[in-house]
Design a protein around this ligand. Sequence first.
Ligand code: UDP
Ligand code: MG
Length: 313
Amino acid sequence: MLITLVVPCYNEEEALPLFYAEAARVAAQMEKSHGAAFEFVFVDDGSADGTLPVLRALHAQDARVRYVSFSRNFGKEAAIYAGLQAARGDYVATLDADLQDPPALLPQMLDALQNEGYDCAATRRTTRRGEPPLRSWFARRFYRIINRMSDTEIVDGARDYRLMRRRMVDAVLQMAEYNRFSKGIFSWVGFKTKWFDYENVERVAGQTKWSFWGLFRYSIEGIVGFSTAPLIIAAGAGVAFCLAAFVGIVFVVVRALLFGDPTSGWPSMVCIMLLCSGVQLFCLGIVGEYLAKTYLEVKHRPVYLTRETEQDL
Ligand code: UDP
Ligand code: MG
């Protein structure tokens, strides 16, 4: 039985040695307790620091360590996809390099898969301790909104830390879309998932790669990727405005017939025009967002490009 750990790394030279030490410790423990062999697949997502040399050194020191290094930064989603493609294990776990996803949970997660018949053990954090309050607030709003709009359930606080059986990994790999939103993809493929709760842990070293703006764009990606409800909302807004306009026309005509037509109402006219054209542009923007995603998708660009793997050494 082989377990692959897939670890996306972007500028993680400081965190990697700490991660490797902890993962190797858990691996040694699980080799005894579960008879599991391990493989580590690190994906260097175009790091600008010493991440790649650290990975080369780790491979030289431990043959279980494999890596894929991208030609540039393609993002965490692409890194996870590349790692899943490279993984050879019967079980595959995805986890962050900063130890925010504690490898020490793996034995429990494997037990759920082996003894309780689950296909996937996933984790979610119960607290957002250590996170800026404004960010937490927006995060919670995002989950409320996307779950209303999408048929695919996106679990609040779910991390990308999960252990999957091979059949689920193969299912995820079949989803070769370019715009990857893994929280949605993992949920969309289904399979029996057991959730593990744990408290938020802060990263051991280095800096978070997510800016507020980056997270905002990511959330739009998630909504556009897993819901077409905004298009219906846009159409609904169009219908509502048409009805309002119709009522308005009737009102204006009747008033003109009854009371004549003194030329007034300039300011209100300007307000109405501004509002209507604003709503039109907003709806056009929503349509444009879907069109843009479709455009990127039909180009069939590769999700990532590899510059080096451990086999090149
Ligand atoms: N990461 C990546 N590519 C990116 C950004 C992040 O591979 O473009 C990796 C990063 O190295 C880490 C994981 O994704 O292992 C999570 O990133 P981070 O800890 O910065 O996110 P946070 O935990 O703050 O949400
Ligand atoms: Mg982190």
